[in-house]
Design a protein around this ligand. Structure first.
Ligand SMILES: C[S@@+](CC[C@H](N)C(=O)[O-])C[C@H]1O[C@@H](n2cnc3c(N)ncnc32)[C@H](O)[C@@H]1O
Length: 206
C-alpha cells in the first residue's frame, strides 16, 4: 500500500519492505530534532526519519521577518512516511510520534508561515485517516511491551479526538491544562500490549 493523500508525491517503495534495522528507537517525525536534548540529537541507537528534507535556513529564506530560525533544518537519516514504513513488525523498543498539528487544505504541499514551515501540516480532507494509519503503522513496528510517546498541540483538534485514533488508549499523559495560552502541547505514553488488534501486525493497512 502506498498512501499519498497527505503528501504531494507518492513514495517509491521498490526497496525491500521488511529490511533489518539495528536501531532500537524510532523518531517517526524528527523534523529539526528540537525535542531531543543536545547530547541525544544523533544517537547511534536511534533512527530519525521524516517525510521531507530541508536545508539549514530554509524557514528564514521563505519567511524572513522576523529572521529567527537561521539554523533550523530537517535532516532525517531516512525520508520515510509514517503511514507506510519499510521496517519489519515489532522492530523498535521505543517510538516517538510528534506529527503536525495544524490543519491546512493541502497538507504538506504548500507550507507558508513559520509554524507550518517548521512543523508541517495535516491535510484537511484526510487528517483523521492519515493519523489513524500512522498510529497503526507505528504500533506495527513497535515491539510488544514497547512504548510509543505521542506529542500533540490542540491548535486545530482537541486531544481526545486525536488520541482516540490510536489502536490502544494511552496509559498516562499530561492532564492538567496550564494557565494563559488557549493552545497547549501535551505528551501521551502508550504501551503496546498483546491485546492490540493483530490487523496492525499485517503490514499496517487496515
Ligand atoms: C511537529 S513536527 C516534528 C518536530 C520534531 N519532533 C522536533 O523535535 O523538531 C512534525 C514533522 O512531521 C513531519 N511529517 C509530516 N507528515 C509526515 C509523514 N507522513 N511521515 C513522516 N513525517 C511526517 C513533518 O515534515 C514535520 O517535520
Amino acid at each position: 500500500m502506498t498512501p499519498d493523500t497527505q503528501s504531494p508525491d507518492a513514495i517509491d517503495r521498490t526497496e525491500d519492505s521488511s529490511r533489518c534495522v539495528s536501531e532500537t528507537i524510532l523518531d517517526a517525525t524528527c523534523g529539526g530534532r528540537s525535542i531531543w536534548l543536545d547530547e541525544n540529537k544523533n544517537r547511534e541507537d536511534t533512527l530519525y526519519i521524516d517525510r521531507r528534507e530541508e536545508p539549514a535556513g530554509f524557514v528564514d529564506e521563505a519567511v524572513a521577518d522576523p529572521p529567527n530560525n537561521p539554523n533550523y533544518e530537517v535532516s532525517p537519516d531516512e525520508v520515510q512516511d509514517y503511514r507506510d514504513l519499510p521496517y519489519p513488525d515489532r522492530t523498535f523498543n521505543l517510538v516517538v510520534f510528534d506529527p503536525p498539528h495544524i490543519i491546512r487544505g493541502d497538507g504538506m504541499k504548500t507550507l507558508t508561515g513559520v509554524m507550518t514551515k517548521k512543523y508541517g501540516a495535516l491535510k484537511a480532507e484526510t487528517w483523521q485517516s492519515d493519523l489513524r494509519q500512522g498510529f497503526l503503522e507505528l504500533f506495527r513496528v513497535l515491539k510488544f511491551g514497547g512504548t510509543l510517546v505521542f506529542k500533540f498541540s490542540d491548535e486545530s483538534v482537541d486531544f481526545r479526538t486525536v488520541v482516540d485514533l490510536a489502536p490502544q488508549p494511552p496509559l498516562f499523559g499530561t492532564t492538567v491544562r496550564g494557565g494563559g495560552s488557549s493552545v497547549e502541547t501535551r505528551w501521551f505514553v502508550f504501551h503496546k500490549d498483546c491485546s492490540v488488534n493483530t490487523d496492525t501486525e499485517q503490514g499496517g493497512s487496515s
